[in-house]
Design a protein around this ligand. Structure first.
Ligand SMILES: Cc1ncc(COP(=O)(O)O)c(C=O)c1O
Length: 371
């Protein structure tokens, strides 16, 4: 079966390079190649003399070493580099699922996390986060649905679009259930590292569960989406082998310049993440003030991590509201209906340096609409 259109990505394809005020991006402010090369004295020369042949299919040893150092139990042999998180999701679903399998997906979800499985012929059960309880997930929902056909449970923490971050007890119990019932945990952790309180950072699922898969990427926390470098971390050897073999049919290997730059960026990750967190924190101050001034229109809940949140729109149609806003003011929000028809929320992004400009245009639009 063909996957259905990816609604969120189609929406971005329509607006991302034409709307002047992007207020729903999920990545942090980007860096230039020059910014990265300035981080080390020899980097510029090394980059220019890089040869552009095929690269090692699993990822360059230096890059895999840097990625492995993000985790507690990993070594480079547990890291498989992909073209973005998106390729890793596609390949992992194809390498593990068969028609007739069941998977449970944390909902609302970044569409590929459920749609690829559905296109393979798996039954997809949505594990709906509770908006009334800060978007928490109820483990009893999962316990009640565990059957022998349950192949995989997909979670996304910190969560797109709500910024939800569970406590350690949640993932510990999830891991225990996985051991007891045999399902695989696919943990999308592409926003890991952007917790507002670093004490709340969760261990990667693959660190606490030997069969689990943790997904990471350069796009979000590090603001380097254009590199198209993502990875799977797993200590599950048989799955690792299957994933490596599957990649021969998608990208074979990664872009050499991207691997070089990703290695450099990860080597200097503390400085990059500190800069991105400073942008997020300063933007959050403005967002809190903005939403405090518009409680008649929006219900705001500050998340715990990441550069996005999912406030509720209290008017009649969030889709119409967002369309009106981009057409009349050039400000792009993402209606929650692109995640799930029944959601009256919108995604707002605050990892970019121009957020104040976007918010100002948003404010002017609201002011005009009141008249
Ligand atoms: C939760 C989640 N997973 C995966 C991805 C895909 O990341 P990338 O575009 O870097 O491949 C995204 C991108 O928005 C995401 O939000």
């Amino acid at each position: 079966m063909k996957p259905r259109p990816f609604l969120l990505e189609r929406y971005f394809a329509e607006h991302e390079f034409s709307a002047p005020y992007l207020l729903c991006c999920s990545d942090c402010e980007s860096l230039s190649i020059k910014d990265l090369l300035q981080k080390e004295p020899e980097a510029h020369e090394r980059f220019l003399s890089l040869r552009l042949g095929y690269t090692e299919s699993l990822g360059s040893p230096e890059l895999r070493q840097e990625i492995a150092s993000l985790y507690r139990q990993s070594s480079p042999e547990h890291i498989l580099v992909h073209a973005g998180a998106e390729e890793a999701i596609f390949n992992c679903m194809h390498a593990t699922l068969e028609p007739g399998d069941t998977i449970i997906v944390h909902s609302p979800y970044y569409q590929s996390l459920g749609e690829v499985a559905r296109s393979i012929g798996a039954e997809v059960i949505e594990w709906q986060a509770d908006p009334g309880r800060s978007w928490t997930l109820d483990l009893d929902f999962l316990r009640d649905r565990l059957t022998s056909r349950m192949k995989m449970v997909v979670i996304n923490v910190p969560h797109n679009p709500t910024g939800f971050l569970p406590g350690i007890e949640f993932i510990t119990e999830l891991s225990r259930l996985s051991d007891e019932h045999g399902f695989l945990i696919f943990s999308d952790e592409v926003y890991r590292g952007l917790e507002y309180d670093s004490a709340e950072r969760l261990p990667a699922l693959a660190d606490i569960n030997e069969r689990a898969v943790s997904l990471g990427v350069m796009s979000k926390t590090y603001g380097l989406a254009g590199l198209r470098i993502g990875w799977i971390y797993t200590r599950n050897r048989s799955l690792f082998r299957e994933l490596a073999a599957f990649k021969d049919y998608t990208t074979i290997c990664n872009s050499a310049p991207s691997e070089f730059l990703a290695t450099l960026a990860l080597h200097h990750r503390d400085a990059i993440v500190a800069r991105n967190m400073a942008i997020i924190r300063s933007n959050l101050v403005q967002l809190n003030a903005f939403f405090a001034a518009h409680t008649d229109l929006f219900q705001w809940h500050e998340p715990k991590a990441g550069p996005i949140a999912f406030p509720r729109y209290l008017g009649t149609s969030v889709a119409h509201f967002c369309r009106d806003l981009v057409e009349k003011a050039g400000v792009l929000l993402l209606p929650g209906t692109l995640y799930r028809e029944d959601l009256d929320c919108f995604r707002i992004g605050f990892g970019r340096q121009n957020m104040a400009d976007c918010l100002e245009k948003f404010e002017v639009f609201l002011h005009r609409s009141e008249k």
